[in-house]
Design a binder for this molecule. Sequence first.
Ligand code: FES
Length: 640
Amino acid sequence: MPLSRILGEYMAKVVFEPSGKKIKVSTGTTLLEAAKESGVTIDAPCGGKGTCGKCKVHLKSGPLGDITASERKKLSPEELKAGVRLACMASIEGDCIIDVPKESMLGEQKILIDGTETVVTLDPYVRVYTVTLPKPHLHDNRCDWFRLEDEIATCSEYTSIDFDLSTLRQLPNLIRDNNYELSVTMYRNHVLDIAKAPVEKVYGAAVDIGTTTMVAYVMDLTTGDIVGIGSMMNPQIPYGDDLMARISYSFNQENLEKLSKLVIEGVNKIIAEGCMKAGIDPSVLGEITIVGNTAMHHIFLGLYPKYLSLAPYCPVVKQPLDIPAQKVGLVAHRLANCHMLPVMAGFVGSDHVGVILSCDIHNSPEMTLAIDVGTNGEIVLGNKDGMVCCSAAAGPALEGSTIKYGMRAADGAIERISIKRGSLKPTYKTIGNTKPLGICGSGIIDIAAEMLKAAVIDVTGSIRPELEDENDRVQEGTHGYEYVIEWARKTGLNKDIVITSNDMREIQLAKAAIYAGVSILMEKKGITAKDIDRVMIAGAFGNYIDIEKAMTIGLFPEVPMEKVMSVGNAAGTGARVSLISREKRDEEKVILDKLSYVELATHCTFQKHFVSAMNFPHKDLSLFPETMKHVYAPIPRNKK
Ligand code: FES
C-alpha cells in the first residue's frame, strides 16, 4: 500500500538528476508534475496519459507508488526491474532521487523561421503622418482636436480621428511645444502617439503560434523589412505534444488559464527577443498580428476550446478579431491593436488562412494544392474561383511521437538516411552531428522511402521476414520484424535504434490520412492530380523533408516534381502580410467567403480513399522475389 495512504499526505523532496534540480511536493504528485514545477522539461507527447511511453525516468532511490497498468504495457520487464518508470504515471511517495535520461528530455527543436517572400504593396494600418497645423487666431479658433483632425484629413482617408483621454490631456502642450509641427502615429483613425516631427519609424510584430514552435517577426512598418526575429518552443509542450492533449487539459477552466498564461508569456518573450535584436523597445509596437491553429488561437485568447474536439467541432469564433493588445496581455504600445487572423473550422486555423494569404491562392488562376503536415494535415485545394479545405488526422507519427525511436528535430535526431541496396547498410546524418538518439520527421519519411526502394518492406509495409537470414540488419523484435538503423554501441542510447513493423504501420496510417484528404478535395473540385498546377508544402515538415522521398511513399498525389515546392513558414508570412498590407488584411474575409470546409470524419468516401492509400506505391517490381510479385503487382483494371 502506498505510504501516502498510510501516513496521509505530506511533503516529499525530489531531486532530478543530472540537473540537480530539487523540489518539495505533496506525496501523491506524479513525477511529471514535480518535474514541470522544478523546471525540468520531460518530453510528454501524450500529455501525461501514459500512452506514448516517452517520459521514461529512472528511480535511483526513494519510494514511488505502485507500477500502473500503463507502465506494464509500455515498459519491458527488464526496464521495470531496472527501476525505469513513466514519469506521468509514477506517484511520489517520499523523498526520492530520479535520473532523467537524455532521450526523455525535451530537446531544443529546430525552428523554421523562413517563409517565401510574397510581393505586397506596403500599406499598413499603423502609419505615421507628419503635419504642420495652422496656428490658431481669433478668426480660426477651432479646438485642438479639430485642428489636427482637419490636417490629418488632408493626407489620409480619415475624416475623423480618435484620442484616448491620456493623449488628449497632453494634446495642447504637444501642439504648442513642438511649434505646430507634429508626427502623428495612428492605427486606423486612432491616435497612438504625437511627437515632434519628424518621426520616421513605426513598428509592429507578426506572430505565428505553432503547437510546437512559436516565431515573432518584428517589422519596420515604414519599409516592410523584418528587423528582428524571436523564437522558442511552445511552452505548453509539457502539457502534451498534440492539440487533443492540450484541448482536453483545458476542459478545466483553471488549466485553460494556465495554458493561456504560458502562451501569452511566451509570445511576449519572443517579441521582446525580436525587439532587442532590432534595438527597440516593445512599447513602440503599434500592432501585433497573430496566426495559429484553432486550438492555439482559442487557448491564446482564453476561449474555451472543448467544443473544438467534439463533433461537429465548432469554434467559438471564426471571423478576424481586433482586440486591444493590452487586454490580451501583450507587451506593446499601450494602445496597440492585436489582430487575430480568422479561423476556418475546428481544425483548420488562422495559420492555414495565413498560408492561403501568403501564397495568394485566393487570387490565383492556378489550381493549387497547399498542405501543412503536422499532427493534423491541413489541406486546401483551389484557386480564385473557390477553394475547399480539410484537416486530415495524420496523427503524430510524422512528427515522431508514435514511432518507437521517434523524436523531435533536435540534436541527435537522424534527419537524413539512405540505404544501400543489397547490403542494406544505412548512411545517415544526425542534427548536430552527434551520436543518434532517435529519428525525426524528415528521417521518418526517408527511412520509409529507402526501405521501400531497397525492398526491405513490400508495398503493404511489411518488413520481409526472409531478409532476416540474408542480412543482419533485419531482426525479429518483441513485436514483429524490425530494421536496425544503428547498433547500440554507436548510439547515444546504448540501445539499437530500429524501425519496427509497428512504426511502419503508423507511417502508413499517417500518409493514408493525408492522401485520402487530398483525394476527397480533388473529388469535390471534380479534378484529378494532373489538373493540379502547383503543390505547396508549408511548415517545418515541408521545409525539411525530401519531397522526392515523400512522393515515393505516396504522401502527396503524383504530380511532376517541378510543380512541387516548399514554402517554408507560410503561416508566419501570412501574419506578416496581414501586418503590412491593408489590402491583404481585408482579403482575409474574402478567403473565408471563397473557402468551404469538408469534414472528413463523416465523409462517405473517406474510408474508401483511406484504405486504398494505405499501401505504398512501387514501380520497380524487379526488386522483389518472383514468388511475392503478386502482392506488389497493381490490380489489373476491367479484368474479366
Ligand atoms: S506516457 Fe508519460 S507522457 Fe506519455
